[in-house]
Design a protein around this ligand. Sequence first.
Ligand SMILES: [Fe+2]
Ligand SMILES: [Fe+2]
Length: 190
Amino acid sequence: MTEAAPKKQPFLSDVATLRERARKHLGDGAITPAYVGDVKKTIDILQSVLATEIVCVLRYTMHAIAATGISSDSVKAEFAEHAREEQEHMKAVAERINQLGGKPDFNPDGLTTRSASYYAEGENLVDMIRENLIAERIAVEHYRELIRYFGDNDTTTRVMLEGILGVEEEHANDMHDLLVAHQGKPMLAG
Ligand SMILES: [Fe+2]
Ligand SMILES: [Fe+2]
């Protein structure tokens, strides 16, 4: 897509940028085996996970309210359930930042810059479902990477992320099923 019509730019075109942003903290070097020296880096990573979850709460909440069209009620209910689960993730991550001695960053300024997720409203029901599916796939990919990154150096953070990952995988499946139901075919290649 060109930059000629940024408002119409499909969400998909930003995926590479989002992935790059999600990985930004991982490129700084390997975590030290002793871990304890790198709490600050863990907090930085978790701040971006927190922002990602906040954006997911906002996006699903908006979609749950704004979705319209034939058989939108069941889709709205699904969006609302996801919004609640994203909120649980948001709180768990904020608690972990707090435990590590950090201050969870809920500042709306710069939220989307910190996030590996994307706030997209969607023009219609299928657009909304598609945007959520893409956002979930990015989250799944990013969290898998973080789980490998933390490994045995911070098992508490890793276990928390594993729990979140399981739910994000369910979310991605749910969105995929909805997309097939409402569009009649799976649309995403890769
Ligand atoms: Fe989440
Ligand atoms: Fe999710």
